[in-house]
Design a protein around this ligand. Sequence first.
Ligand SMILES: Cc1ncc(COP(=O)(O)O)c(C=O)c1O
Length: 394
Amino acid sequence: MNTRCWSTRAVHAGEDKRKPYSALTIPIVQTSTFTFANSSEILEFMHSKRNGGPPPRDEYSRYSNPTLRMAEHKLAALEGGERALLFASGMAAIATTLLALLSQGDHLLMVSDGYHRTTELARTYLSCWGIETTFVPIDQPERWEVALRPNTRLMFTETPTNPYLRVMDLRALVDFARRHQLLTIVDSTFATPVNLRPLEYGVNLVIHSATKYLGGHNDLLAGVVIGPAEILNQIEKLRGILGTISNPNEAYLLIRGLKTLALRIQRQNENGQRVAEYLASHPRVCRVYYPSLPSHPDHAVACRQMSGFGGVVSFEIDGDFARTARFIDLLRIPYIGPTLGGVESVVQQPAALFSLDPRERAEAGIRDNLVRYSLGIEDANDLIGDLEQALAQI
Ligand SMILES: Cc1ncc(COP(=O)(O)O)c(C=O)c1O
């Protein structure tokens, strides 16, 4: 499907043509509770719930809400999944999913380069609850085999990863997982369904921090899990207990953001490519991490698998922590902060946000001179001009 088809899906998928009050946009159903006319209506509702299958109506917004359902339908259509579940954040989606699918005594394989809160969840918290994790390199299936245990249940990866933009070979992942009867979960936040659709490769579940590209405007927090109804029904039960669901206002903003997803990603792919090429040829930049560059370790896989490479470019400044911080402060266009994927460019020095302890940074593989630049939808020439003036001054 080309970008124009994705544009059509992003605008229309999951929406009824006739909406309440004949509104063109999806209404925000701002209610905690859905009422019943009388007690026999409640009994009828409880009977149909007990018979299995999706509940026939809404009951309470910790379980479901019409505005969220519309967003979920749109997200399922964009990823090509049977169902989607919305969460209060990407971390809420990841934590609820892992807790719903794993039990005490289970073992998990997780790719070592990834968002540091996800690795912290596995290392510090899942371990307390009797779920052990082995961290494995993204590109060495022979090491995955070695790490396997009789109780290994699941393999979790991001692609591209945060912050080094490593790319998982999804064919290799699915082949490995099928041979060993593991569930596979891919955090596809950096790719978006415009650039990659992991379910098409046979991955079981896709997760996004919808806070990033899907929302796209740096104004909401949300997460989503997409996949087969059979697995999502299990996760939905725990979401209803933990209360990690999103809310109607965020869902509305997400739907609004999704309408322009394909357009935004097209521009961010272009900006990513232009800026990565520019930085790769600059003498004060010693290394650029962007999957389309031939120097990237996963270049071949990325070219085979992805139709675009996104708007995040990570790179290393020729210098130390202080020089890198100075470079960031000299940039005029991007905001400095910890997010990515929105229309405004945002830059960060991961070492500064990760830990004040250089040893901890080294252990996590976060280099002091690393810059993670999330390009927005500004003009590429302006972004490059801005980088030029900052690099000239360090
Ligand atoms: C790849 C990835 N996954 C998940 C998350 C967590 O998302 P959220 O901030 O929406 O909880 C992030 C946050 O930066 C991320 O980069």
